[in-house]
Structures are given as structure tokens and as C-alpha cells.
Design a binder for this molecule. Structure first.
Ligand SMILES: *Cc1c(COP(=O)(O)O)cnc(C)c1O
Length: 439
């Protein structure tokens, strides 16, 4: 092999952890439509959001500043996450595919919780702590966000209550124990802890739950409790913003080895790892500094961008949130219990929706079984067992690499490995046993 090791694993120094987050709202030709107050249909006022979010997060939500400084304490905690994370070339996967394409992946699987989610959990817990909040409530799908927020709350000495989608609570018991290890309290949603949860259980005692329902429960508890705020792991502008540490690092790493991608690929649930990974480069695309093809990958059974409509909708099932302009399947949509729990959300972040609507990115969807087939191949070649969510990006990457092979083109494909799948073995077991649903 003639490749130098530093062309295979591209590292940045610890002093190269980004010092600011990048805000795509500063560069988009058409502004991201603002959230609306459902009572008046006018833009929601900052004041009305203060019941559930800290002021710093609300300011970031509405900001059009290009860069927002990362507080020192947050950068210190980013160091604990293993930031800057490596960018790695998938040499063995390329070989197995016999493709002339070069494949790179950004390693968000290496954080203590196993995903990109702590990148936003840490600043969110930090800002709440700074404003004197003592308890955070949240929802979690696969348990990745709940685990990340539980860890961040432990860092800043706060209490954490998590409503975990019932399907995942049952499929992924270890995630619950992780949250509990960090000191969080975890309920299967819909639960008997809230009026909304009780109503949902009455309506359908066997419901597998949904992120929309869990969000409603977490907000209900937040609103009725003292000194408590709510924290969302994706969808909102400030979450997209926090995740841009991923894309800023990736950009620096690609520049270091003098490589320009043809495609950048990430999976989308609420949109945060895609946004974080791509927005800094999409900012350059808007300024015509690159012509990268940005690909968002979603499950065929939760096709919010590829099959949904771009309109104002609630972020949760009960209709307690402001209205968000997004690609949506409708807030009452209950997705099938696919193993990629982190991708079971009815809508798509307004920032990501707007970027797609303005033509800077596109979306594709895949069936569960073909996604697992790709995950098996990646595990065998690269050694990392990927999260079922991230495996959607792997499937799309493999397809692009095979297309490059057909055309004999030396394309560069970079994807975001948003997490590892070591706590998602139930899905692998079902795939290997041959009894997995296509959807
Ligand atoms: C939560 C999660 C996702 C989906 O959420 P986004 O906000 O769309 O990034 C993707 N991958 C992993 C590993 C996750 O935990």
C-alpha cells in the first residue's frame, strides 16, 4: 500500500477544536421561515419560548450572526468527547467494492455515548446551568440523545428526566441503564406520568410510541415543574448550530490532505448530524466555492423529505410546540418500529428543510434490510459496527461508489458515521436470523 498513514486517518490537534459554531442562517439566500405561534399564526415571540428553553438557546435559535463563540467550559467538555474526531479513509471498503472512488468517514462514533449527540447536549446543559436551571426534561428515541443529555447533566450537576419511546425502551434496554448510570430518571413513553401519556395509552394500549409523543410528555412535565426546562436533541436551529463542530473539523481535515469531496452523505432523523456535517461546506456552496452533491438519507418507512410536504406543522404529537416550517409526514404520523430509532421522526429540521427546498441538498431513502446489508459489509471491512441510523448513510455511500465504478470515475465520497451500533445488536440479530421486516 502506497498510501501514507496520515492520508488514511486524518487527525487534528486538540488545540484545533473549533472556537465557534457556524450559523447557516447568515448565508442562506432565502431566510429559514420562523416558528409560528399556533394561536396567532404570527412568528413566535422569544418570551413565549422562555417557559421551556434557556435565553441563550432562544437567542441562538433566532440569530443570523455568522459565528457564535463556543464557551470555554463547553470546549473543555468537547475535549472529553474525544474532539477533534478523526476523519478516516475506508480503504478496505473501497477494495471490497472494487471501486475507483475514495471513501472517507467522519468518526462521531468515538464519543463516550457513541454518537454525535453530546455535541449539542453539552452546550444545552451548560446554558441551562448558567441560567440557574436545576432539572432538564427530554425525549429520546433510540436512547442516544437521552444518554448524551444525561451525561451532560452529570457534568454540570443537574437532574435529568427522559421519556423514551416505548419501542426503543423495549428493544434497547442497555441504553436505559446508561442513562441511569449517568443519574437520569427514565420512563417508557407514552407513560402514566403525564396526562397526555395516559390519554395515548387509553387510545391504544399497545402503541409503540413515537418521538412526537415523547416530546409532548417531556414538555408537559417541564411546564408544570419548578426550575425545570426542556431540551431537544435535534430539529431546532440551535441544535444544528452546535453540531457544526463536525463539519468545521471535516473541512479542515479535507484541506489538510488537499481533497475536495464530490459527495457528502449523512443520515437524517431530525437533521442534526446532517446539518452539523454539511452546513459549513454548504455555506461555501452558496458562495459558489464548491459544487458538492449533499445527500440526506432517510428510511423508506419514515420518508419525511422524499414523501412529505413542506409546510407548517407541530413538532410534537399533542400540538404543544410552536409551528415549524418543515418537510413533514404530519404530527400524528406513527412510524413503524424500525431499528433505526433515531430516524423515527415525522418532520425534518426547518434549517435542513430550507436547505433542501433552496436546492443545496437532496434526499434519498432506503429500506431497512438493504441498510443492514450495507452495515454488515462495513462491519466486516472496516471493523466498526455502525449504528442502524448511520448505516443509511453507508448504504447511500456504497451505491455512489458502485456508480463511480460503473462509470470508472475517481469520485470522492465523504460520509458522517454518526454513531456505533454496539448497543443496537437486536437489529443485527434479527437481520442475521433472516426475520427482519423490509420496513
Ligand atoms: C439520533 C441519531 C441520528 C438521527 O438524528 P439527527 O438529528 O438526524 O442526526 C442519527 N445517528 C445517530 C447515531 C443518532 O444517535
Amino acid at each position: 500500500m502506497s498510501l501514507q498513514y496520515d492520508q488514511i486517518r486524518v487527525e487534528l490537534g486538540v488545540d484545533e477544536i473549533p472556537r465557534h459554531w457556524y450559523n447557516i442562517a447568515s448565508d442562506l439566500p432565502v431566510p429559514i421561515p420562523p416558528p409560528l405561534d399556533p394561536k396567532t399564526n404570527k412568528p413566535a415571540e422569544a418570551k413565549s419560548l422562555e417557559a421551556i428553553f434557556p435565553r441563550a438557546a432562544i437567542r441562538q435559535e433566532m440569530s443570523t450572526d455568522k459565528y457564535i463563540d463556543i464557551p470555554e467550559e463547553v470546549r473543555d467538555a468537547y475535549l472529553l468527547l474525544g474532539r477533534p474526531s478523526p476523519l478516516q479513509r475506508a480503504v478496505r471498503l473501497e477494495k471490497a467494492l472494487k471501486t475507483p472512488a475514495k471513501i472517507f468517514y467522519k468518526r462521531e462514533d468515538m464519543s463516550p455515548c457513541g454518537s454525535h449527540k453530546p455535541n449539542s447536549a453539552i452546550p444545552q446543559a451548560y446554558y441551562n446551568m448558567k441560567e440557574g436551571v436545576e432539572n432538564l426534561t427530554t425525549e429520546t428515541g433510540a436512547g442516544q440523545w437521552g444518554a448524551s443529555l444525561a451525561m451532560a447533566c452529570a457534568f454540570f450537576d443537574m437532574k435529568c428526566t427522559v421519556f423514551m419511546v416505548k419501542a426503543s425502551y423495549e428493544q434497547k434496554p442497555y441504553r436505559r441503564h446508561i442513562m441511569e448510570t449517568y443519574g437520569a430518571k427514565v420512563f417508557a413513553s407514552p407513560s402514566l406520568e403525564t396526562e397526555f401519556g395516559k390519554a395515548m395509552r387509553e387510545k391504544d394500549p399497545n402503541t409503540s410510541g413515537s418521538l412526537g409523543m415523547a416530546i409532548s410528555e417531556a414538555i408537559e412535565v417541564c411546564v408544570r415543574s419548578k426550575n425545570t426546562k426542556y431540551s431537544l436533541g435535534s430539529v431546532l436551529n440551535h441544535v444544528m448550530l452546535h453540531q457544526t463542530v463536525i463539519g468545521q473539523e471535516t473541512k479542515a481535515q479535507l484541506e489538510k490532505i488537499d481533497v475536495t469531496p464530490d459527495h457528502m452523505v449523512a443520515c437524517v432523523g431530525g437533521g442534526s448530524n446532517f446539518a452539523g456535517f454539511t452546513f459549513p461546506m454548504i455555506g461555501d456552496k452558496i458562495k459558489k466555492k464548491n459544487d458538492i452533491d449533499f445527500v440526506a438519507v432517510e428510511p423508506r418507512s419514515v420518508p419525511s423529505i422524499t414523501k412529505g410536504t413542506y409546510e407548517y406543522d407541530f413538532g410534537d404529537t399533542a400540538g404543544m410546540t410552536p409551528l415549524l416550517k418543515m418537510y413533514t409526514l404530519g404530527h400524528e404520523f406513527v412510524p413503524s418500529a424500525i431499528h433505526a430509532g433515531g430516524l423515527r421522526y415525522h418532520g425534518m429540521a426547518p434549517a435542513v428543510s430550507s436547505v433542501v427546498d433552496q436546492g443545496y441538498a437532496r434526499a434519498v431513502s432506503y429500506e431497512q434490510t438493504e441498510v443492514y446489508e450495507a452495515a454488515m459489509m462495513f462491519s466486516k471491512t472496516e471493523g466498526i459496527i455502525p449504528a442502524p441510523e448511520s448505516s443509511h448513510a453507508i448504504k447511500a455511500t456504497i451505491d455512489l461508489a458502485l456508480e463511480a465504478k460503473k462509470k470508472n470515475e475517481e469520485k470522492v465520497i465523504v460520509f458522517n458515521l454518526s454513531g456505533h451500533g454496539l448497543l443496537d445488536m437486536t437489529g443485527y440479530a434479527s437481520y442475521i436470523a433472516g426475520n427482519m421486516n423490509h420496513f
